[in-house]
Design a protein. Structure first.
Length: 595
């Protein structure tokens, strides 16, 4: 794992009191395990030199007893290390998952656009799990090998310097093999994760659009597309595994060469009468004792190489700065307007461009020089072709994005000068694509009311205004009826009406209906609009539509074309002054009466 990434992960663990406790306890247990592992060869030396070579059964029994004690103690400390490491891994996984989820919910729409939903899901699931696994395994393994090596060398230096030299020659070769793998293996695992992202994106698109795929008989094409992404993942994973396949055999070769060297040096010293046979057994046992954690380390290194990308990708999200943030010390909208929000909205010379992957605005603006005023209690409609900038315009009012130029004001206050929380308590959207949550109908309708306290209206009143009461109250469980994931047990029109009702429950001062009646028939659409006018009273309502029948009764209609306002006025005024509006009217409703 790259040092910077590892240090940031360790820093996050250390700052958490619970995680820090599990880390310290696990490493204390690991140290105890290493100490007793190092004592076992000493017991073997005593058995050989004082027992076997001298035919002394008492020393054999005594040495065997202490060897068993050391082995049991090592096992107990190893169990403690594994237990605390598991607790640490789960703690890190849990807290990282929670922190990442909260961070994602704090990001602006522009950040989410760049990061992509499918990519964020991978980071929240696969990447966090990689971090959890590598944290657990690193705590049990990472320091064991260096501690064993240092301890073994110090003991061998005390017994016989020439035997310690065998270990010192063996050590750098082993480290070189591990370093070579780490340097060449890590990029391969990063490529695997990148391929996972691509595969996950194809899966998400096809699962969400399975009906479209079937309707257009494109299953074969999508199967080939999935197979191509899957083959890319297979190739990347195969390359990574090929690199991992080199590590264990290379490491075993070095270890066996080390054993051969130990036997050669040790045997020569025994024949020369320089050391006793038991000392050779000590050297061999220390080589084996060092070999075990090195083998475990060789298993851990591919996990670390794989987790390197996961750590980096999670850190990228944590380090992402929201495009839209509150100014330091920003007041609430109510404070800025003197305690009462009337709902007068003004767009003053507004232009907007979406940002590219580099975080900089695209050169081609989506909106240019937008100027208009919406008075409190009025209905303002935006009409235009797909891509004319209607939804983007109302998204600027709710400050899901910040304007590139100009300003948006509510009661004369720039929306960038107040807290977003207070702004979103005032501006409530019913979005173009309705999103319902698993639970009951009443829970979905009251979703916004929990944030708005006494300003809310009864969910049943809102449902009647949105023409949702009929199909809701006809269900056996009524408002306690189940809503399946994403509202799958409702039609498109029903989901839209439930979404409108949910927004009405909040009784906002400014309501945005972003093409939310597109799935309704004309009669139901007119009934819903009349009910909203009556229910919302002095609230300012913004209506986004492509269907001209939805905007006929609006107090002000703004016609957009390629991100610019080409006409504004009432229906009657526009029929007489705007060729664009008249053309839309005639294309949808036929010739203008008396025209």
């Amino acid at each position: 794992m790259r040092t910077a990434n590892l240090l940031k992960l360790l820093q996050a663990i250390w700052q958490d009191r619970t995680a820090r406790r599990w880390l310290l306890l696990s490493q204390a247990a690991l140290l105890g395990q290493v100490v007793f592992d190092l004592l076992i060869p000493q017991a073997i030396q005593s058995i050989v030199n004082k027992g076997i070579l001298q035919n002394d059964i008492n020393n054999i029994i005594r040495g065997s007893f202490w060897m068993a004690v050391f082995a049991i103690a090592s096992m107990l400390f190893a169990t403690g290390n594994a237990w605390y490491a598991a607790r640490l891994g789960e703690e890190v996984g849990h807290r990282s998952r929670v922190r990442l989820y909260r961070k994602i919910t704090e990001l602006s729409w522009g950040n989410v656009d760049r990061l992509e939903t499918s990519d964020l899901l991978v980071r929240l699931t696969t990447d966090i799990n990689q971090i959890r696994v590598v944290t657990t395994n690193s705590v049990t393994t990472l320091l064991r090998a260096p501690l064993m090596i240092v301890g073994a060398i110090l003991i061998l230096l005390w017994i016989e310097v020439r035997m310690a030299l065998v270990m010192l020659v063996f050590l750098p070769i082993t480290i070189a093999v591990l370093a070579f793998y780490q340097r060449n293996g890590a990029p391969l695992y990063r490529a695997v994760l990148a391929r996972f992202d691509g595969l996950n994106q194809v899966l998400q698109e096809n699962m969400a659009g399975v009906r479209v795929v079937q309707a257009f008989v494109r299953a074969d094409y999508e199967n080939e597309r999935f197979e191509s992404e899957n083959k890319g993942l297979q190739d990347a994973a195969t390359s990574a595994q090929r690199a991992a396949a080199f590590l264990n055999p290379a490491l075993l070769l070095v270890i066996n060469l080390g054993l051969a060297g130990a036997l050669w040096v040790g045997g020569k010293l025994v024949i020369d009468g320089t050391i006793e046979l038991g000392s050779v057994f000590v050297l061999l046992n220390y080589l084996v004792a060092v070999m075990i954690p090195l083998i475990l380390l060789s298993v851990l290194l591919p996990q670390i190489a794989s987790a390197d990308s996961s750590v980096r990708r999670v850190l990228d999200v944590f380090e992402e700065v929201p495009d839209v943030e509150d100014k330091p010390g920003a007041p609430t909208l109510g404070e800025a307007t003197g305690g009462m929000v009337k709902g007068r909205v003004a767009f003053e010379g507004v232009s907007f461009s979406y940002t590219g992957p580099d975080g900089k605005p695209n050169p081609s603006p989506v909106l240019s020089e937008i100027d208009f005023v919406a008075e409190p209690g009025k209905v303002v409609a935006f009409l235009g072709a797909t891509g004319s900038g209607k939804s983007t315009l109302v998204n600027l009012l709710a400050r899901y994005y910040d304007v590139t130029a100009g300003r948006v004001t509510i009661d004369g206050v720039d929306v960038r000068d107040v807290t977003r929380a207070s702004l979103l308590e005032t501006v409530t959207p019913a979005l173009q694509t309705p999103s319902l949550f698993s639970g009951t109908i009443e829970q979905n309708l009251s979703f916004g009311a929990a944030q708005n306290g006494g300003g809310s209206i009864d969910v049943r009143t809102a449902a009647r205004a949105a023409a949702a009461a009929d199909f809701v109250e006809d269900r056996p469980d009524g408002y306690n009826g189940e809503v399946k994931r994403r509202g799958a047990n409702f039609s498109g029109g029903q989901r839209q009406r439930l979404s409108i009702a949910r927004s009405l429950v909040r009784r906002p001062k400014i309501l945005i209906l972003d093409d939310t009646t597109s799935a309704l028939d004309v009669a139901t659409e007119a009934r819903v609009q009349d009910a909203i006018r009556e229910l919302m009273g002095d609230s300012t309502v913004f209506l986004v539509a492509q269907r001209i029948s939805a905007v006929l009764t609006a107090d002000q209609i703004i016609v957009l074309e390629e991100g610019k306002i080409v006409a504004k006025g009432s229906h009657t005024e526009l029929l007489g002054t705007s060729p664009e509006y008249r053309s839309i009217y005639e294309s949808q409703l036929g010739p203008v009466p008396n025209g």
